[in-house]
Design a protein around this ligand. Sequence first.
Ligand SMILES: C[S@@+](CC[C@H](N)C(=O)[O-])C[C@H]1O[C@@H](n2cnc3c(N)ncnc32)[C@H](O)[C@@H]1O
Length: 201
Amino acid sequence: MTERFNQVAHAWDNGDIRQNIAQNIFQTITSRIALFNHMTIMDFGAGTGLLSFKIAPMVKNVVAVDLSTKMLEQLENKNSINLSVKAICQNICKEALDQQFHGIVSSMAMHHVENTEELFKAFHAHLKRDGFIAIADLEAEDGTFHAHGNDGVYHFGFKRDALRQTIENAGFEHVRFHHAYTVEKERQNYPIFLVTATKKS
Ligand SMILES: C[S@@+](CC[C@H](N)C(=O)[O-])C[C@H]1O[C@@H](n2cnc3c(N)ncnc32)[C@H](O)[C@@H]1O
């Protein structure tokens, strides 16, 4: 999985599809969650930072977590004196960061993580009291979304009811699903949800 993202990293930002996905997820996040300039935010599976750099101007700082060094290299190339995102290459399910966040955002990364239960427990552990998650991914699909094959794809999207249960079991409340965007391909449309929740105190 990591090797696959390393190989495509240099061209990840090309074209409109991923830019449109990130832009619409960003708009859905900001329409549902108030971001403030004292906040520290994790972007999980941040890749080249398409979402991170939209969030960064609104908060104190964004930490981009990913397993692909090449995707993170592309992200770091976008850093400037005026706006920067910190990149960390680490599996947070196996080794926790030494930091807790006001919120965790994510765009299209969760279907690449095999154990969703473990992932939401890791999110819970990385949040401050009353912290939020805002996680976007595909609604359940038939396995045709990834035109190049499903290597490293552990979930063909997610069924909302099952995911809600997983999130609540990990210690979150106020779980809400929102429609974020629909990717229109030649033969089929693929809706993307944003799920938001807060850490139960
Ligand atoms: C489909 S890309 C999305 C990248 C970016 N969020 C975007 O919207 O353009 C999925 C990203 O998740 C990363 N990823 C997959 N599993 C991960 C894990 N367990 N921890 C951190 N990152 C992971 C991949 O390396 C890849 O960069």
